[in-house]
Design a protein around this ligand. Sequence first.
Ligand code: BEZ
Length: 209
Amino acid sequence: MSAPSMTLYYNTASPFARKVLVLLHETGQTARVELKPVTVTPVAPDAAVCHENPCGKIPALCLADNNVIHDSRVILDYLDHQHVGNPLIPHDGSARWRRLTLASLADAVLDAALLMRYETFLRPEEKRWGEWMDSQGEKIARSLAYFEAEAVTELSSHFDIASISVACALGYLDFRQPNLGWRSSYPRLASWYREVSERPSMLETQPPA
Ligand code: BEZ
């Protein structure tokens, strides 16, 4: 087997990096990418990451020609063009826009969950803003309610960009907001998630215990 030709800056706790790892597993490309673990927060950037991605965010993917691709959506699109199997992002038609829109809503859940995490983990206690935290929680609740009512059947149809993004978002909620108890409010989503969580790509990319 040839040496990896790409390098991924990532962290096992990052749900955005997890989406990339899941796609690599699902498309049989893990051997093509060397994994470089880094620790970054909005107030403690990593110098090597900033060199590759000026805004300091992970994931960032360095290609063999030294070009760098970020963020997770662009990396997923790039990697989905590097394999010969069925695309995980439909190339055209209404399916493309629908699946990308579901993926975008899942990313919005992640953005809100990450903001909540930073608010409690990073921001000094005296500067925390409860109403702002509540508003992130409401964004998450509205989005999960939408998935529950409108999208479970679509998510079940195949494991692609939409399903990967929703699964990684739910996984991150379990990881960082375990008290949310989302399963009781969204039982169809919970049942779908139970099933997709057993996929090797999901099992092998779980956040740290
Ligand atoms: C986290 O610890 O939740 C985290 C770490 C890196 C990127 C995003 C989230």
